[in-house]
Design a binder for this molecule. Structure first.
Ligand SMILES: [Fe+2]
Length: 252
């Protein structure tokens, strides 16, 4: 029973599938992967009709209808993956973009690079609005991971860190090592799929879960793939462990 808090499976409203056939295929794959709860998190793009809340909401209704019609045993939830910038913080303030399943948790995408001070201010503003922040696929942000003090401050302020299952299974050896070290040192709270299609960027939670279980134990695997994401969609507090070792920054 995996709980996936980051995916792009709504046809036509996102950079995921173009056709509903693929959406259906993705839902079937999700169930085969052992996913029981799936949060659909289309990107939030300001001013683009395709991503407007009405469009997304009607696509979500269609997706729910699809799983009912096909008897697929999957619970669907809705949210946005929100690119962090000043405008979107304003949109969040006005409740124009969506948190994860209408909880206090928001999934944020970071830019390739942003001045750390600016990022801290934006995160602080979002927290002032009463939201808890989840950074999406932190393994992509080398500039953030290099800054130990900054990263530690975010952890201490309760920012949750998500990595992609596919990064754990990447062909890139450096990427695999990076994500494993993040998990080993307690710097990850959630593993999610960030699935976009049924071929290249698909759900690979089961493979990733097995790998984490083998390497770090089932307790850690269950926490990252089931317990923490479930707490997020139920709007419950997620435990914030201290960073277990500074190894991530020490050995390169
Ligand atoms: Fe994403």
């Amino acid at each position: 029973m995996f709980v996936d808090i980051h995916s792009h499976a709504l046809a036509g409203v996102d950079d995921g599938p173009k056709q509903w056939e693929m959406t259906l295929d993705m839902f079937k794959q999700a169930v085969e992967q052992g996913i029981s709860h799936l949060v659909l998190t289309p990107h939030f793009v300001e001013g683009d009709e395709r991503y407007s809340q009405d469009t997304v909401l009607s696509a979500f209704e269609r997706a729910k209808q699809l799983i009912r019609e096909h008897g697929i045993d999957l619970r669907l939830f809705l949210g946005n993956e929100i690119f962090i910038d000043e405008k979107n913080v304003e949109r969040l303030r006005k409740r124009e973009c969506m948190s994860l399943n209408d909880t206090g948790y928001v999934l944020l995408e970071l830019p390739e690079y942003i001045l750390p001070g600016v990022l801290e201010d934006l995160v602080y503003d979002i927290q002032l609005e009463g939201y808890q922040v989840v950074f999406a696929h932190i393994e992509r942000y080398g500039w953030l991971l290099k800054r130990r003090a900054l990263f530690q401050r975010f952890m201490e302020q309760g920012v949750l860190m998500q990595v992609n299952a596919t990064s754990l299974l990447s062909k890139d050896w450096h990427m695999r090592r990076r994500v494993k070290r993040l998990i080993r040192d307690g710097m990850v709270h959630v593993v999610a799929s960030d699935a976009h299609d049924d071929v290249r960027r698909r759900f690979r939670l089961k493979e990733a879960y097995d790998l984490v279980g083998k390497k770090f134990g089932m307790q850690v695997a269950n926490r990252l793939f089931v317990e923490n994401p479930l707490r997020i969609i139920r709007d419950k507090q997620v435990d914030m462990p201290r960073i277990a070792s500074l190894g991530f920054w020490r050995r390169k």
